[in-house]
Write a protein of this length. Structure first.
Lengths: 604, 656
């Protein structure tokens, strides 16, 4: 993550804060005072006056009702000779706010601290810091400068008086330089984020501890943040928490991919929040998080690492330890990356934001995918049926870049590698319809009889058949016939076709509001559709099979709701939720390309 | 008497003075009995000499027995205990067996019939001691006539004990002796046995008894008639198995009684049908006849040739191959034409099933003999075997059977020429066998002359054969190195595919890479290919450490533990299955302690500490088999398809 991006999201967060932290009926209001308090602790010594009682109810600071005489927070240096006074404002500094928002009044009151109070006898210098978390205007700054010029230079007889102004930019600089840590977050979340930071620094991405401890803790943290905050603050705080986590876990060798996973869980939670309770102010923040944080980070990640990923066998030989477990593991890793590249492509292609270099960008992503695929054959080794999501995303990459011929080659290569697995003549099992990676691993490790995996039902293969229909006719016809013969029927190409039972093809009709439901961990609704083989003999022509597929699509369209992606929800976000929750994609995602509905019929 | 303390044994002076060592051993044997801790120690040469002399001198041993037991000799535990100590004190030798048989034979006349039956029963009471007892029994049966009532139950019980064991010599010796000595009673035994409608293993005993009784030639006319009736029952009783045993019974003949061609063919015509028990028996008989009567070879060869058909049963084939091998090997030194004819007969009986290990044992025995006698014929035989039974041979070799043969080939300097013979054969299995010889015998290189003489297609087929098989990596590298220049000369697509295969194998194993670099150090491209592969592997290692690839795949660690446990179990089982020591000795698991242990058993003192030994071996895992298993399978399948295409082309060319 680059410095500008960090600065941007810290700015966004600080900007979202109030002047004071307080609890209201609608939830906690997080204030700039907590940030100033932590900056003061980091730079100016011990706190002398705070506007709140720390560790109040529910971990939220409790506001004081006492008169503050213009002084929001003050710190006394450890030597006792420097007094620093914060005057905080959550308003922009303009000519009109100078008086209307009490900049003038509060500063005038602040320059007269009671230095006779206990502990202040040795003070030799007083600094007044005017800190505000909004922008300023030139005339506002001018008003401040004139006021400072006219203000006294001493307090009492011999104590020097200095003035400092921290606008939003300076506040961000100070924050990044001194308190980019869990303490930046509201006190309520300090403990949680500190704990998460320690776990993130220790746990390897994907390990059991990661899966069973860190991810649930992170999801709980994000849930708490979103529950606690109204409006945009949640969407502003989550990226800051992620930035802090990233800083703290740099020593963890697996933190790069682990961090992306945490970002994804946060994105899913934010979009879920939006899907359930759309709040316009928050939506802007969520969209900003999605595009400027997650998508931008994915882009940065692949720019940084594509050379490694496209090095020959870099993924394939990742965990090969003299068993076929490595082959399964490298498949998982390949699909992880190809899925993210696909999300990048889908987001770019389906985003409503105009881009002049769209074609070039989509082609660049396709190039990355091609490099990764050429270097690593594990891309052609799906082990779970749910990996249809990543394979769909791969198809999307090629289609978005108008490189369907490349996709046809991929399908051809995939088919030649899946065929022996379908026939049971490979060391690796066929795609597990039960979607249990643990079972696939155990199957490969121990080869139990009966097998632990469910290889008779397949959504993946039906999707593959349907995806071929986005290809030019010649490629489509050849591949559809081959896939049906080899994978669906499991028949030999020549001689005795064998007596394997055809695969039970599967499809499903998603619930009406899939784009919103998909953000739930367990998506209710929808109907499974069992689909028989499109022909029972291996000589079936592509025309026979295509006819069957077309009928299936038509029937399902008649039976189910029409697929609509709401304009306020990026389709890539819904697919990400599918990825994270392991729920199937609606077939219409590819059928809209393969079997486009006419405008007339779509309007019915 | 068995449990009571024996009175002091005594040996008559006349015996003790002539055979002092034997007398002393007998007294100790009587006093001590079998010692459980005895473990096949050396026997005093003096005892062995006395045994030889005593058996040669003959004479009754009854007084010896009386002196040893100082009481009437009874067929009881004490007597058996004394007898079973014989191997310990008299040694394991034919003389010891004969001597003990004589002792028993001298004791038996004093017993009643029930006691004799009881004694016979005691011989096979203990499965461990039964084999000793049967060894001693041969001489006893030679000397004593037993009745059918006494012998029949014993034969069944003794066969139950010894029938499934490799060491059946004692048992069959007893039966043969019984038939020779108690002919009349043996005929009675057979009559009763046939009345009980015998099946399975019993038929083998009946078969042998008929054969031996025929040799014994019953003296009395009534016995001869009874025996003829028995023969008639078995050959015309409607049982295929009975007719088979009848045919086989003719194998037990003296040279002067061996069936001549006419009688043999008459028997064939009467009883033998394809796929029947009689056909097995016929092959068995043919093998028996040619071993005894070289004059039968001409007609036997013709018969064995007639029998060579794809559907011939495995057991029949075993005897046919054994017979052919015997004649082939016997004639190879001085009768080349005869040997070639027998090799042709043998070829007709190929392939041999990989499961027929007995037949393969015969083949390897013949090969071991041939290697010492005739190099040219050895190569020819190997070529025939690889061409016509290659797949089965490969399977036998793959299961690590008869590995010593490859060592013998190397010792005799035949390994390179055999590899050259096989590697350029048209049959895939023969080529594969050539590659196995290349690997197992450590052939450095196929000779330049053989490589030069090979056609382009032969070179390509050999390379494809190596590509579609899992081969020792060093052998593959040596093969590629010695073919490289020739492949370059051929050029074109083959050269490109060859270099790609070399590059792939360089990525596959360190062993291939290093051997190739060393074996082809002067080649224009191969050293660079090996060096490039090393660079590529270094790049892979570097890229694999990328932060983008450090995630742990969920469930992988657990699966690895499961896999490791499975491997450990399988390795332990394989070690136990393949270790002679572990399969015969009890396994003792030491629970605690370091690398030293002591033992304490029975009345022996605590042993001195012994250090445990460990052994380990390592093998390089071909990484691409695990990195890209499907790709390696596809590569093999591509080679198979190309071979099929080349074979088809060759077929077309031949037709043209």
């Amino acid at each position: 993550m680059n410095a500008e991006s960090i600065k941007s999201f810290i700015t966004y967060y600080l900007q979202s804060l109030n002047e004071r932290t307080r609890r209201e009926k609608s939830g906690a209001k997080w204030g700039i005072d907590w940030v100033a308090y932590n900056l003061g602790l980091a730079r100016f010594g011990k706190p002398l006056r705070l506007p709140f009682l720390r560790s109040g109810e529910l971990g939220c600071p409790q506001s004081k009702s006492e008169a503050e005489f213009g002084i929001d927070i003050s710190f006394l240096s450890d030597e006792g000779d420097q007094l620093t006074i914060f005057v905080l404002k959550d308003e922009p500094l303009t000519n009109s706010t100078w008086t209307r928002s009490d900049f003038d009044r509060d500063l005038r009151m602040a320059i007269a601290p009671d230095l006779n109070a206990e502990g202040l006898h040795q003070v030799k210098s007083v600094t007044i810091i005017l800190a505000y978390n909004k922008d300023d205007q030139q005339n506002g700054v001018e008003a401040y400068s004139r006021w400072v010029a006219a203000a006294p230079t001493k307090v009492g007889d011999g104590v020097a008086l200095h003035f400092v102004r921290w606008n939003l930019s300076e506040l961000v600089e100070q924050t990044i330089r001194h308190i980019l840590s869990p303490s930046l977050l509201p006190e309520r979340f300090f403990g949680q984020l500190s704990y998460l930071s320690a776990q993130f620094a220790d746990f390897r991405h994907g390990s059991e501890a990661w899966q069973t401890q860190l991810v649930p803790n992170w999801n709980r943290f994000v849930g708490d943040v979103l529950q606690e905050s109204a409006g945009l603050r949640g969407a502003a705080l989550v990226p800051v928490a992620l930035i802090i986590l990233r800083q703290r876990a740099a020593s963890n060798p697996s933190f790069e991919t682990g961090w992306i996973e945490l970002v994804e869980w946060a994105a899913v939670a934010l979009w879920k929040r939006h899907a359930e309770h759309p709040v316009p102010a928050a939506t802007v923040g969520i969209q900003r998080f999605w595009s400027d944080f997650y998508i931008a980070e994915l882009d940065r990640f692949y720019r940084a690492h594509i050379d490694d990923l496209s090095t020959e066998q870099s993924i394939d030989s990742l965990v090969a330890v003299g068993s076929y477990l490595g082959a399964v593991a490298s498949s998982y890793v390949s699909y992880w990356h190809i899925g993210r590249l696909g999300l990048l492509s889908v987001e770019l292609a389906e985003s409503s934001a105009p881009r002049l270099d769209l074609g070039q960008s989509l082609n660049e992503i396709a190039n990355w995918a091609a490099m990764l695929t050429n270097a690593n054959v594990s891309v052609l080794r799906p082990v779970l049926d749910i990996q249809h999501i990543e394979f769909f995303l791969m198809a999307a990459i090629w289609r978005n870049a108008s490189r369907l011929a490349d996709f046809a080659q991929i399908v051809e290569a995939l088919l030649s590698r899946l065929y022996p697995r379908r026939l049971g003549r490979s060391s690796l099992p066929f795609i597990d319809g039960g979607n249990s990676l643990a079972n696939v691993f155990e199957q490969v490790a121990t080869k139990p009889d009966p097998p632990m995996i469910l290889a008779q039902s397949s959504f993946f293969v039906l999707m593959l058949l349907e995806l071929c229909c986005i290809l030019p006719d010649e490629s489509r016809d050849n591949l559809v016939a081959l896939i049906h013969r080899r994978l669906v029927l499991g028949a030999f190409d020549q001689g005795d076709p064998g007596d394997r039972r055809p695969l039970d093809l599967m499809s499903w009709i998603p619930p009406d509001d899939w784009p919103r439901q998909v953000f739930n961990a367990e998506m209710p609704g929808g109907q499974g559709v069992a689909v028989g083989a499109f022909a029972s003999h291996r000589e079936a022509t592509s025309a026979d099979i295509l006819d069957g597929i077309r009928k299936l699509v038509a029937e399902m369209r008649n039976a189910g709701p029409r697929f609509r992606q709401p304009p306020d929800l990026p389709i890539a976000a819904s697919i990400l939720a599918s990825l994270r929750h392991g729920t199937p994609l609606p077939p219409e995602l590819w059928r809209r390309w393969a079997f486009p509905e006419s405008t007339t019929s779509a309007d019915k | 008497m068995g449990g009571a303390r024996p009175k002091d044994p005594m040996i008559p002076e006349s015996f003790a003075s002539r055979y002092p060592n034997l007398a002393a051993a007998l007294i100790e044997m009587r006093t001590t009995g079998p010692d459980a801790s005895w473990s096949s120690g050396m026997i005093d040469p003096g005892v062995a000499g006395d045994l030889t002399n005593s058996n040669r001198d003959g004479g009754s041993l009854l007084e010896i027995l009386r002196g040893l037991f100082q009481a009437p000799i009874q067929p009881n535990d004490g007597f058996m205990r004394f007898s079973m100590a014989a191997h310990q004190f008299l040694g394991v030798s034919n003389d010891a067996h004969v001597f003990m048989g004589r002792l028993w034979a001298d004791a038996i006349p004093m017993w009643s019939s029930p006691e004799r039956a009881e004694f016979l029963s005691m011989l096979v009471q203990d499965p461990q001691d039964a084999f000793h007892a049967l060894s001693f029994g041969v001489e006893m049966f030679r000397r004593i006539q037993f009745t059918a009532d006494e012998a029949f139950p014993w034969i069944a019980e003794a066969h139950r004990i010894a029938g499934n064991d490799h060491f059946q010599g004692g048992f069959w010796g007893c039966i043969e002796a019984f038939c020779a000595t108690s002919t009349k009673e043996a005929i009675t035994v057979l009559e009763r046995w046939l009345d009980s409608n015998p099946k399975g293993p019993s038929l083998r005993i009946i078969r042998n008894m008929i054969g031996w009784l025929r040799l014994a030639a019953p003296a009395q006319a009534s016995d001869a008639a009874r025996f003829a009736a028995i023969e008639d029952r078995v050959r015309s009783g409607g049982h295929s198995a009975w007719r088979g045993l009848y045919i086989q019974s003719w194998a037990y003949a003296r040279p002067d009684l061996v069936l001549n061609e006419q009688r043999a063919l008459d028997m064939r015509d009467r009883y033998v049908h394809p796929g029947s028990e009689e056909e097995i028996a016929w092959c068995y008989l043919l093998n028996s006849i040619i071993q005894v009567d070289k004059g039968s070879w001409v007609w036997a060869q013709r018969e064995l040739h007639i029998l060579s058909r794809p559907g011939l049963g495995e057991e029949a084939k075993y005897w046919a191959v054994t017979a052919s091998l015997h004649c082939f090997v016997s004639s190879v030194k001085n009768e080349a034409v005869v040997a070639e004819n027998w090799l042709a007969v043998l070829r007709g009986h190929l392939p041999i099933s990989p499961g027929s290990l007995g037949t393969w044992e015969q083949v390897y025995a013949a090969l071991r003999t041939l290697v010492l006698e005739d190099v040219g014929m050895t190569r020819e035989f190997i070529r025939v075997l690889a061409q016509h039974s290659g797949e089965a041979w490969l399977k036998v070799a793959r299961e690590r059977q008869f590995l010593g043969f490859f060592q013998l080939l190397r010792q005799k300097g035949l390994h390179t020429s055999v590899a050259e013979d096989l590697c350029f054969q048209a049959e895939g299995a023969a080529r594969h066998m050539g590659l196995v010889v290349l690997a197992e015998c450590g052939v450095e290189a196929i000779g330049l002359s053989a490589v030069t003489a090979a056609t382009d297609t032969q070179i390509e087929l050999l390379l494809l054969e190596a590509q579609r098989r899992l081969l020792d990596n060093a052998a593959l590298a040596r093969l590629h190195a010695c073919l490289a220049v020739r492949v370059d000369d051929i050029g074109g697509d083959l050269a490109e595919r060859f270099h790609a295969e070399c590059a792939l194998q360089c990525l596959n194993t360190h062993q291939y890479r290093t051997v190739l670099a060393a074996s082809a150090s002067n080649h224009e491209y191969l050293p660079d290919i090996a060096a490039d592969a090393a660079d590529r592997l270094a790049e892979i290692a570097k890229a694999s450490s990328s932060p983008a690839l450090q995630m742990e795949v969920p469930g992988m660690a657990r699966a690895q533990r499961l896999h490791d446990r499975k491997v450990i179990r399988e390795v332990a089982k394989a070690v136990k299955d393949n270790s002679v020591v572990l399969s015969t000795m009890p396994t003792l698991s030491l629970l605690y302690g370091g690398r030293e242990f002591r033992t304490f058993f029975g009345n022996r003192p605590l042993s001195e500490p012994s250090t445990m030994h460990s052994s380990s071996s390592s093998v390089e895992v071909p990484r691409l088999e695990f990195v890209d298993p499907e790709g390696m399978d596809l590569r093999r399948r591509a080679a198979e398809n190309r071979i099929a295409k080349l074979n088809a082309q060759a077929g077309v060319d031949t037709a043209q």
